[in-house]
Each structure stands twice: as structure tokens, then as C-alpha cells.
Design a protein around this ligand. Structure first.
Ligand SMILES: C[S@@+](CC[C@H](N)C(=O)[O-])C[C@H]1O[C@@H](n2cnc3c(N)ncnc32)[C@H](O)[C@@H]1O
Length: 164
């Protein structure tokens, strides 16, 4: 989700069948060129994560890196990721989020938000990690710089219902 110009494509194994979306079609043109160079099996579509053009329960894994800081309505984005993921499938998020430290929030993230929100519509104080926990069973998590950056691997419950 939100594959952008494809900076992360180099980390995907060649045997994976990859389907990438992004809200900016021009970015996908650049990603398409990289796919050719890397020899990946991938296709891309211009789409909004809040309204994915895919049927229910079609993907084994969904990956989002640094996307939920700008999605206008994170709840509907998460809902869509949950919908398109197969029961038992993994959702992997690498996102920047609100810190675990109020001091870091006040001294660093609030000032950053004042600059980045008007310029890039980037919200440095999102609670994406808490949102993920409401939908998925968290299997693995890593936190960096007092929680400013987090890696979360969630599993869609086999029964198909969200956690909370
Ligand atoms: C900071 S870039 C990260 C790109 C890529 N995931 C990476 O890690 O290199 C955020 C990307 O999310 C995309 N994006 C933001 N909101 C989106 C939305 N609602 N639907 C789809 N893509 C979105 C942006 O167009 C942009 O390409």
C-alpha cells in the first residue's frame, strides 16, 4: 500500500507476486521502471488505500511503509487492509507514530507536525500502532527512537473477525 516510487522494491524476493497501489499515478510510473530492472513479478494500480479496488480476502500479506502518517482517514484505510487480507494473513506496518515519551512528543513531534502538516499533510502524532492492535493479533513489534518509528507485524484472526 502506498508503494510510491518503489524505494522498497529491492527488498522483495523475486518469487513473490506483488501488487502495489499508490494515490499518485506518476510515482507508479517510476516504480514500474524499477520492476523491470529488478526482474520482479509486480503490477501497480493508482488507488486510495481508503477505497481499494480489490475483492475481499484476496491477499496473503499487505505491507505499508510510512503511509498512515498521511492517509486522511486512517480508520477506513485500516478497515480496507483488513478486508482485502485473507484470514490468517499478515499485515506489516513500518510507520512513524506518536512516541511513548510525552517529552519527545512535546519537544520534537509537535514542532515537526506544525511544519510538516501544512507542507506535506504529514501527521507526526498518529497512533497507527494502537489502530493496528484493534484490528490484528500483533505477532511482532519493534520500536525505535522512543516509538517514533515502529515495525508491527499483525495477523488477521483465522476466524476473519477483527480483534477489537
Ligand atoms: C512517505 S511515502 C512512502 C513510500 C513507500 N511506501 C516507501 O516506504 O518508500 C508515502 C506514500 O504513501 C502514498 N499515500 C498517501 N496516502 C495514500 C492513500 N490514501 N492511498 C494510497 N496511497 C497513499 C503517497 O502517495 C506516497 O507515495
Amino acid at each position: 500500500m502506498g508503494i510510491g516510487v518503489g524505494k522498497t522494491l529491492q527488498y522483495y524476493p523475486k518469487e513473490v507476486e506483488l501488487c502495489g497501489i499508490d494515490a499518485v499515478p506518476e510515482a507508479l510510473e517510476i516504480a514500474r521502471k524499477k520492476v523491470g530492472e529488478l526482474g520482479l513479478n509486480a503490477c501497480f494500480r493508482g488507488a486510495d488505500v481508503e477505497n481499494l479496488p480489490f475483492p475481499d480476502e484476496i491477499f496473503d500479506t499487505v505491507i505499508s511503509s510510512f503511509v498512515f502518517c498521511t492517509v486522511p482517514d486512517p480508520e477506513s484505510g485500516m478497515n480496507e487492509i483488513f478486508r482485502v487480507l485473507k484470514p490468517g494473513g499478515r499485515a506489516i506496518f513500518l510507520e512513524h507514530t506518536r512516541s511513548d515519551s510525552k517529552l519527545v512528543d512535546c519537544l520534537f513531534l509537535w514542532p515537526m507536525k506544525l511544519i510538516l502538516k501544512p507542507l506535506l499533510d504529514d501527521d507526526t502524532l498518529r497512533d497507527t500502532h494502537l489502530l493496528v492492535r484493534r484490528y490484528f493479533e500483533v505477532e511482532h513489534k519493534e520500536s525505535y527512537y522512543h516509538g517514533i518509528v515502529r515495525l508491527i507485524v499483525g495477523k488477521k484472526p483465522s476466524g476473519g473477525d477483527q480483534v477489537d
